[in-house]
Design a binder for this molecule. Structure first.
Ligand code: HEC
Length: 148
C-alpha cells in the first residue's frame, strides 16, 4: 500500500536532503601566498591597479580566496566552488611564475579583453560584491596597463 505523502514527511525529506548536501562542503585549503609567484609583483603593477585587481579578480583567480559565510552552505557552496575552480583553471594570478612568457602575454591580453567587455568580474559576483565593480575610468586604466 502506498502511504500518502503528507506535508510533514515532505518537509522531513527536504531537510534530510539539505543536511546530506552539506557533507560535500567547499575546499577550505588556502595555499600560502608566495609573493615571488604573484602576478602583481612579477608584472610590477602600480599600487592602485594592484588593489583593483586584488579586489575584483583574486577571489576567483588566485589562491587567496575570501569565502563569505554563505559559501559554507550547499548548494551555494558548490556554485561558488565551481567559479573558483573554473576561474583558477583559466588563469591563476597567484601562480604567475608557472606560465611561460608567451602564456603571460596572452593571459594579459585576454584579461584586458574580458575587462573591456565587462565579462569579468562575473555579473552575479558584482551584484553581491559592490566593491568589485569597476567604473569606466578604472576599466580604461586596467586595460591600458594590461595591454602595455
Ligand atoms: C566570481 C568569480 C570570478 C571573478 C571575481 C573573476 N573571474 Fe574571471 N573567470 C571566472 C570563471 C568561472 C571563468 C571561466 C569562465 C568560463 O570558462 O566560461 C573565468 C574566466 C576568466 C578568463 C578566461 C576567459 C576566456 O575567454 O578563457 C580571464 C582572462 C579572466 N577570467 C580574468 C578575470 C579578471 C581580469 C578578473 C577581474 C577583473 C576576473 N576574471 C574576475 C570567475 C571569475
Amino acid at each position: 500500500m502506498v502511504k500518502k505523502i503528507n506535508k510533514r514527511n515532505l518537509l522531513i525529506a527536504a531537510l534530510a536532503v539539505f543536511a546530506l548536501m552539506q557533507l560535500k562542503g567547499i575546499d577550505p585549503t588556502q595555499i600560502e601566498m608566495n609573493p615571488a609567484s604573484d602576478f602583481l609583483l612579477i608584472e610590477k603593477a602600480p599600487k592602485e591597479l594592484a588593489g583593483l585587481i586584488q579586489t575584483s579578480c583574486y577571489d576567483c583567480h588566485s589562491n587567496t580566496i575570501h569565502y563569505p559565510w554563505y559559501a559554507n552552505i550547499a548548494p551555494v557552496s558548490w556554485w561558488i566552488q565551481g567559479h573558483v575552480d573554473h576561474g583558477r583553471e583559466k588563469v591563476n594570478f597567484a601562480e604567475w611564475d608557472k606560465y611561460t612568457l608567451e602564456e603571460r602575454d596572452s593571459l594579459k591580453r585576454l584579461s584586458a579583453d574580458v575587462i573591456e567587455k565587462k565579462w569579468m568580474p562575473i555579473l552575479t559576483y558584482k551584484i553581491i560584491h559592490k566593491e568589485s565593480r569597476l567604473n569606466e575610468e578604472q576599466r580604461t586604466q586596467l586595460v591600458g596597463w594590461l595591454k602595455n
